[in-house]
Design a protein around this ligand. Sequence first.
Ligand code: NDP
Ligand code: MG
Length: 390
Amino acid sequence: MPDSFSKRVTLLGSTGSIGTQALDVIRSQPGKFTVTALSAHSNAELLIQQAQEFRPAAVVIGDDAKYATVKAALASQPETEVLAGAAALADVAGRDDADVVLTAMVGYAGLLPTVRAIRAGKTIALANKETLVVAGQLITELVKDHGVGLYPVDSEHSAIFQCLVGEEQNPIEKIILTASGGPFRGRTREQLAQVTKAQALKHPNWDMGAKITIDSASLMNKGLEVIEAKWLFGLRNDQIDVVVHPQSIIHSLVQFEDGSLKAQLGLPDMKLPIQYALGYPQRLANTFPRFSFLDYPQLTFEQADTSAFRNLALAFEAMGRAGNAPCILNAANEIAVAAFLRDEIGFLQMSEVVETSLARVSYLAAPSLDDYVETDRETRRIAQELVGHS
Ligand code: NDP
Ligand code: MG
């Protein structure tokens, strides 16, 4: 690798599961990365610690009420500007001093900062899949117009991206996204009606933030990933398959027009896809644990059960309807997951909230950015009513 490798990284959502692992990667590659900005929503304590260690030019705390705490703690560090609020987050995403913006915040909140970063010509390392679910067409058009790189962090999409290197001339016949099946694989609807929040929060293979962990248990995560893949790789809806693979070793596959399948394999550890997106096109040497087939003598595969796990079917349906339907799906799901995490609705009701919202919110075939903002707002209002808050 040439010695000249050096990237300046803005890390949005630095206090989360992806954010902290991204900082582990950066720490493990001394001299290769500098951190230009960090952001958190409300975890001021961790943001302060990170700022003291990485000394970025800016930090943003989403929650205005925590601004004074962060500002006071970093008073002796004048090189770090302290900002607060959603508008500041979008401003920082577009600043000149970064090469790469890693979007590791959760949910719809990723959309506007990502748009700003693309418009400012930044390379995007995309963990925030919701951005592509909400506004995939708009984002991919912006990426093209501004000539920026959009590199996936999601492990399945990183796998596909890695399989496509060197295949630029070869059309994809289809992709196969693998799914662990989550903690409730094999359960019937009757059984799913009884599952608890604590059970849903225990993912068998991955340690992730609460929202994506619930999405993984309900298979909404795979539904969001299907839509994410469509936009990342420019696919028709019928080119995307899902297969359940409980060991999470094969991260996903690409089938080419000669029938050949390429897969990417590895231990379930997000640090590798994070590092690949930050380092692309280079593979940086590391000491992460290596995979051995002898530890996994059996890799198994089964069909996803879309009648028990309705969310996956609803995501395919929303992708088929296109327009603002995936934005409705996403916003309704965010409200449903938050209500489930507050023990206000049951596991199966999450799909009901999504399905009813899809039926009720006004459909738009060709939404603008403002239309997405409005669709998100309208869906949240309707979904809040459905979960019993108005
Ligand atoms: P976490 O919940 O662990 O972290 C979310 C981060 O975003 C935190 O820094 C949080 O700050 C911040 N945040 C929360 N709400 C807002 C908001 N409204 N505005 C701005 N920032 C906010 O999530 P994950 O790290 O698990 O996931 C992040 C993204 O990456 C998601 O889109 C997820 O789907 C995707 N992803 C995650 C994977 C994983 O292994 N975790 C795998 C593949 C994709 P605070 O800490 O202050 O709340
Ligand atoms: Mg994934």
